[in-house]
Design a protein around this ligand. Structure first.
Ligand SMILES: [Zn+2]
Length: 508
């Protein structure tokens, strides 16, 4: 390595693509920034990219910003847009000739033509820069990690907590380990073990079987200095790709055999604990009864599990709205529903006037629009900044947004685009104070707990849609896994990715 400051290219391409949402995710759904704007945003944002940049800023490093493209989870990414972003990243990597590359990716992106978009992207970046430029990726722990991805990179590190309270730390680790590679103290050999199963439930890391497996991983790291990181990937359940499964990815300093043993035992632990991965959800009626009866715990936040935009669902479910409209107890709620047609009508009717129209139910299979009438009380561009901590400081957009009030009790937040609705700013940016409502509906199952914090009581609600897995409810074409398919007692598959040998010549 030369004595001059290393030059490290940074970028982010972030999307979690739900193969069962019929509406593709287009360029217009992405927030895109580049250059100095990308660096400035990283100062305050709660993201893996921010962690990468903050860590690199502590060292003598020239940071080379490329591009950041982030959209809320949704349907498959428009392939032409994916190619546009991929070519941008590859041309930057080729032209700038960085000493290393640090990327934030979600790790479960698919396009209208590609099941493993990140595998394709990373293979392209590797081909552009050659074998001896270290590439590190920081991923969401719900990534679908593939052989193609790991074959192209040196470091593959996930956040460890769900809800994702530690994404900044994940980025810091990616950056620190890339620098360790450049100074010759890390020769990465990675082992990945996979077992073909998903987690049907109990997907939070603070307690239960996942906590136990993370404890096992922490113990393995503590016992063996050659293990630098253990990342446990709880595969995105709505990725319809071959080879999906729970994955343990163990990064070692030139100790592949040890990594293989640890990865294997962690993947096996998922299988042994499989029947305990189950959720206890409330029906819609039970959830609204709880809101009605437990006044001192208001406001509540009801997670619309079937329509989780945070899992790529369309955000247009009317299930909770319909149930709330039927009640006579006057509960005051706020419910986001994505429907650009209804938004257009509300804007035409105008502020302060009564709108009668059908809302939601146009995209999610099995739903129909629901007729409502109410007063338009707020109109906006729908641009807002996430409060965080998860993704705090990130600019986001719901598209044009109209708030419609029904019977002086229910507020429908009609958005033109599906939004990151795990954050209270979705509501406060539209003039809806948290204290003014008995309940809020969010299209998130985990992260809303982090971002609403103590301001509201969470309830997980069993609702229909493409954002919550139940056996037999979704038609998988390629993926084969427990519990959807009977695959007997499947073997753990382990692969070693030995990048150390690629660097021997370069770094000695
Ligand atoms: Zn996640």
């Amino acid at each position: 390595m030369s004595k001059s400051a290393p030059r490290i290219l940074v970028a982010r391409i972030w999307h979690e693509s739900n193969g069962f949402n019929p509406q593709p995710t287009s360029k217009a759904d992405f927030q895109i920034c580049e250059g100095d704007e990308l660096l400035a945003a990283a100062v305050t944002s709660g993201s893996t990219l921010a962690g990468i940049i903050q860590q690199l800023s502590k060292e003598q490093v020239d940071i080379l910003p490329s591009i950041s493209a982030v959209a809320p989870p949704g349907g498959l990414v428009d392939h032409a847009f994916f190619i546009e972003v991929k070519e941008r990243l590859i041309s930057d990597a080729a032209a700038l000739e960085p000493d290393a590359i640090a990327l934030e990716l979600h790790g479960a992106m698919a396009t209208t033509l590609l099941d493993d978009a990140e595998g394709d992207l990373l293979a392209g970046v590797r081909a552009a820069v050659g074998e001896t430029v270290p590439i590190g990726i920081g991923l969401d722990l719900h990534a679908h990690v593939t052989v193609a991805m790991l074959a192209a990179v040196d470091l593959c590190i996930a956040c460890k907590e769900n809800p994702h309270s530690d994404v900044v730390e994940c980025g810091e680790k990616v950056a620190a380990y890339l620098l360790a590679m450049l100074n010759g103290s890390l020769r990465p050999v990675t082992a990945m073990a996979k077992i073909p199963m998903i987690l049907p439930g109990a997907a939070e890391t603070a307690a239960g079987p996942l906590r136990e497996i993370h404890d096992q991983a922490r113990l393995a790291t503590k016992d063996c200095p050659a293990i630098w990181d253990v990342s446990l990937f709880n595969v995105f359940r709505y990725a319809d790709d071959e080879d999906i499964g729970q994955a343990a990815v163990v990064l070692t300093n030139d100790a592949g055999q040890k990594g293989e043993l640890v990865a294997h035992s962690l993947a096996q632990a998922f299988w042994e604990k499989r029947v305990r991965f189950a959720d206890e959800l409330l029906s819609i009626g039970e959830a609204l009864n709880t809101v009605a009866e437990a006044g001192s715990r208001r406001p509540f936040v009801l997670a619309d599990m079937g329509d989780r935009v945070l899992a790529g669902a369309p955000g247009d479910s009317t299930a909770i709205l319909e149930a709330a409209l039927d009640r006579q107890d006057g509960l005051r709620g706020a419910i986001p529903i994505t429907d650009p047609q209804a938004v257009d009508i509300a804007f035409k009717v105008g502020l302060g006037n009564i709108v009668s129209c059908a809302v939601g139910g146009r995209v999610t299979p099995g739903f129909r629009p629901l007729s409502i009438a109410g007063k338009v009380i707020h109109l906006s561009s729908g641009d807002f900044t996430l409060a965080g901590p998860f993704q705090g400081g990130e600019p986001s957009s719901m598209g044009r947004t109209a708030v419609v009030e029904i019977d002086d009790r229910l507020l429908i937040v009609l958005t033109a685009k599906a939004a990151f609705s795990h954050d209270p700013a979705v509501f406060t940016s539209q003039g809806i104070e948290l204290a003014s409502r008995d309940f809020f509906v969010v299209k998130s199952g985990y992260h809303f707990k982090l971002n609403f914090g103590a301001a509201a009581t969470p309830l997980l609600v069993r609702t229909p849609g493409v954002g919550y897995y139940t056996k037999g409810s979704l038609s998988y074409r390629r993926a084969r896994f427990w519990p959807e398919h009977d695959n007997g007692d499947p073997a753990v598959h382990v692969r070693i990715f030995d990048r150390a040998s690629a660097y021997s010549a370069a770094f000695g």
